[in-house]
Ligand binder design. Structure first.
Ligand SMILES: [Zn+2]
Length: 277
């Protein structure tokens, strides 16, 4: 009844995935990529399907998932759907994200975000063209402080769009902290994820519930290496960050987004150190 088209952004656009769920008479997008080029290409891909865009569903509020909404819905009257917490996180962080990243991305940076127009709550079911999606509110404890899973329930067995709850084949962004709660969410939602035919992730190829164990093992490996290198002190200098990156690169030689290892390290080091009495 539906076909899921995966669009993977450029490496410069963090190789982020967005999805176009093709229904009999329309298209529902999940997330919207980061850069000008990627989001315009995503829009072109949607237009090429020759069916109206019915909605854009957001998994979470990070720029690589929401910035491209502006181009994806340009000139269209299409609902942009998210949890209130996702909308609020966008509003709280947009200015800081522009300040942090606009210079680095230059002309590829999208200077103004387009906000959700329709808010949903945990377990709410939406129907588009006879196709139903249920949203699950994870709260904090994914790669940011407000995270949703969208389950395409009219597929049997269903499939899920999990955003950045799971990374597959890429180093994980942990610079927003809450790794402990992220681990708990993986365990909490494992039964839900285990019932899915496919898990469509924010970065990397789709997989199944084995990705949960892969993600937990990554956290263990990363945190153990970080504790050992910092002796649990929460302090990182340049040499420690380089050592951590070297270790993670040896352990995961094929993983992309290698810079995430160092980017996440100060925050994770503080989180781990704060556990000590
Ligand atoms: Zn992402």
């Amino acid at each position: 009844m539906t076909t899921v088209h995966m669009y993977t952004g450029s490496e410069a656009g963090l190789s982020v995935n967005a999805y176009l769920v093709e229904t009999p008479h329309g298209v529902v997008a999940v997330d919207a990529t980061l850069t000008q080029s990627d989001s315009r290409a995503l829009r072109a891909r949607a237009d090429h399907l020759g069916k109206p865009l019915l909605a854009v569903l957001l998994t979470h509020g990070h720029p690589d998932h929401v910035a491209g909404v502006t181009n994806l819905v340009a000139g269209l009257d299409v609902p942009v759907v998210a949890l209130a917490s996702v909308r609020d996180l966008m509003a709280r962080t947009e200015a800081a994200k522009h300040a942090q990243w606009a210079g680095m991305f230059g002309a590829e940076w999208i200077p103004a975000w387009t906000y959700p127009t329709q808010l949903v709550h945990d377990q709410e079911v939406l129907e588009f063209d006879g196709v139903t999606f249920r949203v699950h509110d994870l709260g904090a404890g994914g790669d940011c402080d407000a995270n949703a899973i969208w389950v395409l329930e009219s597929e049997q067995p269903p499939v899920a769009f999990v955003g950045d709850l799971l990374f597959n084949g890429y180093h994980t962004y942990m610079a927003d902290g809450a790794v402990l709660r992220w681990r708990a969410n993986l365990t909490q939602f494992r039964p839900l994820l285990a019932g899915m035919a496919r898990l469509y992730v924010g970065h990397g190829p789709a997989g199944d519930a084995r990705l949960v164990d892969q993600q937990l093992a990554y956290f263990d490996h990363y945190c153990a290496a970080l504790l050992e290198i910092t002796r649990g002190g929460g302090q990182l200098d340049e040499a420690a960050t380089a050592e951590l990156t070297a270790r993670l690169t040896r352990a995961y030689p094929d993983y992309g987004l290698q810079f995430m290892v160092g980017l996440s390290a100060p925050r994770v080091a503080v989180e781990l150190a704060a556990v000590a009495p």
